[in-house]
Write a protein that binds this ligand. Structure first.
Ligand code: SF4
Ligand code: SF4
Length: 401
């Protein structure tokens, strides 16, 4: 296992982190025995960063880790969890959630504590509740050691948040398709220039970049690869190739995934991919982009929309469904992202009133209202209300449940 050093605190983090969002399951619950074996096995092989959050596995992930890391494993890892930003409705809530998380995780301190999933409304809301003072206090009294944030907002917001506090680290979505979305490459480089450690999530874009059933045009490019590597290994190595990245989270739930990822992490040094390997991955990315339905880069210039439509997020979910053939799970992801649970108000495509304000702001000259109509017709089916209920059950498990 390779390790990279956090500039602000000198911690040596394994370049492969264990994400506890997609643990092994049985009968739609965490498979306690299997998931415990897997996480301990990963730690035994050198993984020393474990990431979870309040809503993962409907609140069960933190409880599971509290048990799975007993017997000496807790002290072998840097444990990360996140404040459920969307549940904070009063200043005192932040202390209540952190205290509950310490209890659930069966620990006296969180090594890496993040404000979860920041975007513009959540950042504004947390600032109004003095979240930065809360982080100072929690550090001072020892409940947390390092403070960071995870990010899902538009690119312009990212440097503002980086500059707003003396963060030790941040967590961003980054993979060979998301170089312009959210924080993007610019954000990665900015955070690193300010000495923040950067934890990368979604290196496989929710697993889709690693699916064995890639679209045929993409598979044709992979078939020309030398040396032969799996799409998962190419995707991880591409992220690790960036010197600015500290650790990459992988949601591992099969023994074979763990073995493959750990093997890749033995020699994935920064700048170790050759020019022709980088060109190959760029060709795969371009091929994926060609089969996108809407040529949206996620720049966010079309926002704000007076009808609150989350335009780039709508297109991102729609594109992902078509690129990766995820028709079954896409409506759930759509409701999760657009239903307002994380932002306070819904941003569905169907809310568009065709005012046309966004049209001249889009550098890609996308006919946004026309494309949104297609998004709504394919993703807003008759079971929308049912999906909203499911999302609420997952995200809104309150502190005293
Ligand atoms: S045309 Fe639709 S999406 Fe664009 S700004 Fe108006 S309401 Fe929003
Ligand atoms: S629709 Fe246009 S302006 Fe809006 S995020 Fe996409 S590319 Fe940018």
């Amino acid at each position: 296992m390779l390790y990279r050093t956090m500039k602000k605190n000198g911690d040596s983090l394994s370049i492969l982190g264990f994400g506890a969002m997609r643990l092994a399951q049985k009968d739609q619950k965490i498979d306690e025995a299997r998931a415990t074996r897997q996480i301990r096995d990963a730690v035994d092989q050198g993984v020393n960063y474990v990431d979870t959050a309040w809503p993962y596995h409907a609140g069960e992930s933190e409880l599971f880790l509290g048990r799975a890391l007993s017997g000496g494993y807790r002290e072998k890892v840097h444990l990360a969890t996140k404040l459920p930003s969307w549940l904070i409705k009063a200043q005192g809530d932040m202390d209540r959630y952190l205290d509950a998380q310490l209890k659930k995780l069966n620990t006296s301190r969180i090594d890496y504590y993040l404000l979860h999933g920041l975007n513009t409304p959540l950042w504004d809301s947390l600032k109004s509740f003095k979240a930065l003072e809360f982080l100072d206090k929690a550090k001072k009294d020892g409940r947390i050691v390092n403070a960071g944030f995870s990010f899902h907002g538009v690119s312009d917001l990212f440097p503002n948040i980086v500059d707003a506090y003396d963060w030790e680290f941040c967590q961003i979505q980054y993979n060979y398709l998301d170089t312009e979305n959210q924080a993007g490459k610019k954000g990665l480089e900015y955070a690193a220039s300010k000495d923040l450690g950067v934890i990368v999530m979604e290196p496989l874009r929710g697993g889709t970049l690693g699916r064995p059933s890639a679209p045929s045009a993409v598979q044709e490019v992979w078939d020309t690869a030398q040396p032969k590597r799996s799409p998962v290994e190419w995707a991880l190595r591409w992220v690790w190739n960036h010197l600015e990245v500290t650790s990459v989270l992988s949601g591992m739930n099969e023994q074979s995934h763990i073995a493959e990822n750990i093997a890749s992490a033995q020699n994935a040094y920064p700048d170790s991919l050759t020019e022709s390997e980088l060109q190959l991955i760029e060709k795969v990315a371009q091929t994926y982009r060609k089969i996108m339905k809407v040529g949206c880069t996620g720049c966010g210039y079309c926002l704000p929309c007076p009808a609150d439509v989350l335009i780039p997020t709508c297109f991102d979910t729609y594109n992902s469904m078509h690129m990766f053939n995820t028709t079954a799970e896409a409506p759930f992801m759509y409701v999760m992202r657009m239903g307002g649970s994380l932002t306070g108000k819904p941003g569905y495509a169907s809310q568009c009133v065709e005012c046309g304000e966004c049209l001249e702001r889009c550098p890609q000259q996308i006919d946004i209202p026309a494309q949104l109509e297609k998004v709504a017709s394919e993703l807003e089916g008759p079971n929308l209300t049912q999906l909203e209920q499911m999302v609420r059950q997952i995200l809104y498990k309150p502190v005293d449940s």
